[in-house]
Design a protein around this ligand. Structure first.
Ligand SMILES: NC(=O)c1ccc[n+]([C@@H]2O[C@H](COP(=O)([O-])OP(=O)(O)OC[C@H]3O[C@@H](n4cnc5c(N)ncnc54)[C@H](O)[C@@H]3O)[C@@H](O)[C@H]2O)c1
Ligand SMILES: O[C@H]1[C@H](O)[C@@H](O)[C@H](O)[C@@H](O)[C@H]1O
Length: 344
C-alpha cells in the first residue's frame, strides 16, 4: 500500500518533507498540495516534478478522496484548524510542531480524535527519533546512571529573523526540549521559572536573548535549559543527564577531526535541516510504516502535543512574571494510555 499525502504549507520544512517522501523514503507519495501562497505551491510541484493536484485551500485538499494523510507544515497558528478538519474527515495527520499554539487548541484536537475513536495524529517531535537521544533514553531506561537528578541542556541557533519575538524562544524553539526531556526521564513537569541573562548585542529590540529556563518535574528532577538563538557560531544542541551513579551526554554530531595550521578542529553545523536530517527521515518513515502495517501512527501523539502546549503556556507566563509558574496537566485519557512516554 502507498500512503498518499496531501501537503498543507510548501515553505521550508514542507519542501524538505516533500523531497524526503518523494526521493528518499519508501511507501509514500505526494498527491496534493496547497499553500496560502499559491505560487509557492506551484513552484514546489514543478521543482519536485510532482504528479499532484494544487488546491486553493486545506478544506478542498482534505476533501480529496485520494488523500490518505495530511502533512501539516503551515505556520503554527494555522495548524489547529487544518488538523481538526482532517481528523473529522477521518484522515491521518502528520503535523509539524506546534500541534496548536495553545493548550485549549490541542485539547480540541484531542477531543476530535477521541470522538473519531481512532489514533490518526502524529506530531513532528523528531528528536525522539534522533539516534543520540534514543541512546540517552536507553541508558536511562536501563538504569545505567541510576535515578536522573538534573539535566543541563542548550538549544542554540546561529541567528533568527526580525519576526522572532521573546515568546517564540518557547513556542518555536524550547518546545523541542519540552517534548524530549520529559520523554527521556519518563516524568511530567511541575513548574518553570525563567531568568533573562545579559542580552546579546546580536538580538533585535523585541527579543530577549539568551534565556534560561529552570523546569522541575513531578519527581523533583531539575532541568536547566538555555535557549540562545543568536549565538552566531552554529546550530548546537546539547543535553547532559546527571544521575545518581553517572552522567550521560548527547553525542556531538559526527565530524572529521582536522589537523591544520597548528590547530586540531571539528566542524559545527549551522542549520536544523542537517542536524536532524536522519531523525526527520526516520520519523516520517515510521509514520508511513506504522499506518501501513498497524493502521495507526505510533509516534508522538496529540496528547504529547497537548503536554507540550500546557508546558509552553506556563513557560511564556513565567517569561512575563519572572515567578515560578505551575505546570498543570489534565488527567491523561485512557485513549492515550502511556504510549506517548515510551521509547519509539
Ligand atoms: N521539527 C522541526 O525541527 C521544524 C523545523 C522547521 C519548522 N518547523 C515547523 O514547521 C512549520 C513550518 O515552518 P517553516 O519553517 O517551513 O515555515 P515557512 O514560513 O517557511 O513555511 C510555511 C508555509 O505555510 C504557508 N501557510 C501558512 N498558513 C497557511 C494556511 N493556512 N494554509 C496553507 N498554507 C499556509 C506559508 O505561505 C508558507 O509557505 C512551523 O510550525 C514550524 O514551527 C519544525
Ligand atoms: O522552527 C525551528 C526548528 O524547530 C528548529 O529545530 C529550532 O532549532 C528553531 O529554533 C526553530 O525556529
Amino acid at each position: 500500500m502507498t500512503l498518499r499525502f496531501g501537503v498543507v504549507g510548501t515553505g521550508a520544512i514542507g519542501r524538505e518533507h516533500i523531497d524526503r517522501i518523494t526521493n528518499k523514503l519508501s511507501g509514500g507519495k505526494i498527491v496534493a498540495v496547497t499553500d496560502v501562497n499559491l505560487d509557492s505551491a506551484k513552484q514546489t510541484v514543478e521543482k519536485h516534478q510532482l504528479d499532484a493536484v494544487i488546491y486553493p485551500d486545506d478544506k478542498a485538499l482534505i476533501a480529496d478522496e485520494n488523500v490518505d494523510a495530511v502533512l501539516v507544515t503551515s505556520w503554527g497558528p494555522a495548524h489547529e484548524a487544518t488538523v481538526v478538519a482532517a481528523v473529522e474527515a477521518g484522515k491521518y495527520v502528520f503535523c509539524e510542531k506546534p500541534l496548536a499554539t495553545t493548550a485549549a487548541g490541542c485539547m480540541r484536537i484531542v477531543n476530535a480524535e477521541m470522538k473519531r475513536g481512532k489514533k490518526l495524529v502524529q506530531v513532528g517531535f523528531m528528536r525522539r527519533y534522533d539516534s543520540g537521544y534514543v541512546q540517552l533514553k536507553q541508558v536511562i531506561d536501563n538504569n545505567e546512571i541510576g535515578e536522573p537528578l538534573m539535566i543541563r541542556a542548550a538549544h542554540r541557533n546561529p541567528t533568527v529573523g526580525e519576526n522572532y519575538t521573546t515568546d517564540m524562544a518557547v513556542t518555536d524553539t524550547l518546545i523541542h526540549e519540552i517534548d524530549v526531556l520529559h520523554w527521556l526521564v519518563n516524568d511530567d513537569y511541575k513548574s518553570v521559572q525563567v531568568v533573562f541573562p545579559k542580552k546579546t548585542k546580536n538580538a533585535h529590540d523585541k527579543l530577549q536573548d539568551p534565556q534560561l529556563f529552570t523546569i522541575e518535574t513531578n519527581s523533583g528532577i531539575v532541568m536547566n535549559v538555555e535557549v540562545f538563538v543568536n549565538c552566531k557560531y552554529g546550530y548546537d544542541i546539547q543535553c547532559e543527564v546527571i544521575g545518581e551513579d553517572g552522567i550521560v551526554k548527547l553525542p556531538e554530531f559526527p565530524s572529521v577531526v582536522m589537523r591544520k595550521n597548528e590547530k586540531l578542529s571539528t566542524s559545527i553545523l549551522n542549520d536544523w535541516k542537517y542536524r536532524f536530517m536522519d531523525a526527520y527521515n526516520v520519523e516520517i518513515q515510521d509514520f508511513i510504516d506504522s499506518i501501513t502495517k498497524t493502521g495507526e501512527p505510533q509516534g508522538p501523539t496529540a496528547w504529547d502535543g497537548y503536554i507540550a502546549a500546557v508546558t509552553s503556556d506556563s513557560c511564556v507566563k513565567a517569561q512575563q512574571t519572572g515567578e515560578k509558574e505551575a505546570i498543570t496537566l489534565q488527567e491523561r485519557p485512557a485513549f492515550y494510555s502511556e504510549k506517548g512516554l515510551q521509547t519509539v
